[in-house]
Design a protein around this ligand. Structure first.
Ligand code: SF4
Length: 56
């Protein structure tokens, strides 16, 4: 299981620094979460202004 970022992402980047394992990076048009690195802590979801991050 991993958290995922939907198309609601506006690439603001606020979530990137919240991830304790560095699983979030800027992708093509939106930020992406590396599912293999994510430990499902949920820290990123609260930082997203558009509510684009959810548990898969
Ligand atoms: Fe990183 Fe936690 Fe978000 Fe997974 S749920 S991407 S480990 S901040």
């Amino acid at each position: 299981m991993a958290h995922v970022i939907s198309d609601e992402c506006v690439s603001c980047g606020s979530c990137e620094g919240e991830c304790p394992v560095g699983a979030i990076s800027e992708g093509d048009g939106k930020y992406v979460i590396d599912a293999d690195a994510c430990v499902d802590c949920g820290a990123c979801a609260a930082s997203c202004p558009t509510g684009a991050i959810s548990a898969e």
